[in-house]
Write a new protein. Structure first.
Length: 80
């Protein structure tokens, strides 16, 4: 739901109830979205520490058993 900032000041408890029951609430100032309100549970989910790309890649399976050697022979000839 979208709220005008001035209205939010007057009906703060309704804003909180909306964030808990209906999900994120957006507040606008002069028609522009400026602030959002979410439940504490949703905020925690959004800000929890997530692993970075390096940690994700390092957590993959062990590939040492695979034969990853390149062939020594030259590539085939290709006609122009």
């Amino acid at each position: 739901m979208t709220w005008q900032l001035e209205e939010t000041k007057q009906k703060f408890s309704q804003l909180v109830r909306g964030a808990l029951d209906d999900g994120p609430q957006v507040m606008t100032r002069r028609g522009e979205e400026v602030v959002g309100a979410v439940s504490a549970t949703e905020l925690q989910r959004l800000t929890e520490d997530k692993s970075d790309c390096k940690d994700y890649l390092l957590s993959g399976p062990d590939l040492s058993a695979l034969d990853l050697e390149r062939r020594a022979d030259l590539p085939r000839d290709i006609e122009p």
